[in-house]
Design a protein around this ligand. Structure first.
Ligand code: ATP
Ligand code: MG
Length: 389
């Protein structure tokens, strides 16, 4: 197989194009290895990407049949000449790899190799892998691998240069793959946190009400069985709603009530339910607010729910008031309690307290803002502003 400069260029070009088409790193690496072997007339080619435990995270070979590969046995460890390529920054051309002092032998089924060309794959200063070629197939006796001859290593300086181009592209492919993997991990982490917030906002609140209602039913069952029955019906309703919310959180739907009744009616009902369930007086009032974009309605509802939930759970208030009104083009939600208040600067951001963080995220998510006004002994006001169009 003799190649003029033109067909050499065409082959490199098609190898590079093939790389850019493949998305899976392993496919890209396979293409690189196959191209290297073909372009440089080698009998064998391999590419290894080390792991952190002395082995290889990836080891791709070309020129070895499936059966041969199986017979060779487990993947090589990072030792001998392979290890050297991962630790030294320069290429290595050897007339006979078996005579190199670093050679440590190979498994019985390993193909015999003599002339050798190895090159580190680098990303900046870091060596992220190595490319190896063995047994140059000379054009004059292309069917049999060249054994060590007078000429020394069959691979030339030109070969080395060509291989270094491929190694640079392998570096890009590997770096991209790493970035892709990282961004995928980030997306998963974001998705997890969305779900955690969603579950916190919707489901844990429903379960909390459910627990209260069940307790009420238990307290009433001997004294006033018919009222206990009513509370138990409420338990059933709340359980069904919790199940709905759970489903919605998982598939990222907005609360069903919003679609049916809109924000104002949903908030009013919510306040009424809480008013009945708690000793505190819970009120709702709205002025001039009509239907809003779906994302805004959802964010406002979730923030109202959490603010109410916090007021009822933490403040010991006698009154909790929810209002919704217009301020210019913006919509303003306020949840005010006359409870014991707290110092917002001392709430630990991490750990188990998700509510305040989640409210901020919700407000920010629609381009709005959240203000927490509270001090010990002074009650609390949570205000959310949703921008108007
Ligand atoms: N209206 C309020 N009155 C008094 N203290 C409050 C009020 N709202 C919040 N807090 C205090 O701020 C803390 C943080 O609230 P946040 O909603 O972030 O978390 P949480 O309610 O403790 O837990 P989670 O909401 O994750 O179930 C609360 O633990 C409470 O001490
Ligand atoms: Mg909370």
């Amino acid at each position: 197989m003799s190649q003029g400069p033109r067909s050499g260029l065409a082959a490199v070009s098609s190898a590079l194009l093939a790389m850019s088409r493949h998305l899976e790193v392993r496919d890209v690496l396979k293409t690189i290895v196959a191209s290297a072997r073909e372009l440089l007339d080698a009998q064998y080619a391999a590419l290894g990407v080390p792991d952190d435990h002395g082995g290889f995270a990836q080891f791709v070979v070309d020129g070895v049949s499936e059966e041969q590969w199986k017979a060779i046995g487990p993947l090589p460890r990072q030792h001998g000449i392979l290890a050297a390529m991962l630790h030294q920054a320069r290429p290595e051309r050897l007339a006979d790899v078996r005579e190199d002092p670093r050679f440590e032998g190979w498994p019985a089924a390993h193909p015999d190799m003599s002339d050798f060309l190895g090159l580190p794959i680098r990303d900046g200063d870091e060596i992220i892998g190595a490319l190896f070629l063995a047994n140059k197939l000379r054009p004059e006796n292309a069917d049999t691998p060249d054994r060590k001859g007078e000429s020394g290593c069959g691979f030339t300086e030109d070969d080395e240069e060509l291989l270094s181009i491929l190694a640079q592209h392998a570096a890009i492919a590997l770096t991209n793959a790493r970035l892709y993997e990282r961004s995928r991990e980030l997306t998963i982490a974001e998705e997890r946190s969305r779900l955690a917030h969603e579950l916190h906002d919707a489901v844990s609140q429903k379960l909390f009400s459910l627990r209260l209602t069940a307790q009420a039913a238990a307290a009433l069952v001997d004294r006033d069985p018919s009222r206990a029955k009513g509370e138990l019906q409420q338990v059933t309703t709340l359980a069904a709603e919790a199940a709905d919310e759970l489903r919605a959180a998982v598939v990222e739907l907005r609360p069903a009530a919003l679609d049916e009744d809109g924000l104002v009616a949903t908030l009013r009902t919510h306040a009424q339910v809480l008013d009945r369930a708690h000793t505190a007086r819970v009120t709702f009032a709205s002025r001039g607010v009509r239907a809003l974009p779906a994302a805004q309605e959802e964010a406002l509802l979730r923030v109202a729910q959490e603010a109410l939930h916090n007021a009822l759970r933490h403040s010991g208030a006698d009154h909790v008031d929810v209002t919704l009104h217009k301020r210019g083009p913006d919509t303003v939600l306020r949840v005010t309690d006359d409870g014991k208040g707290f110092d917002p600067t001392t709430v630990r951001r991490a750990g188990r307290h998700l509510g305040l963080v989640s409210m901020r995220d919700r407000a920010g998510g629609i381009g709005g803002s959240l203000t927490v006004e509270s001090a010990p002994g002074k009650g609390t006001t949570i205000e959310m502003e949703a921008p108007g169009g």
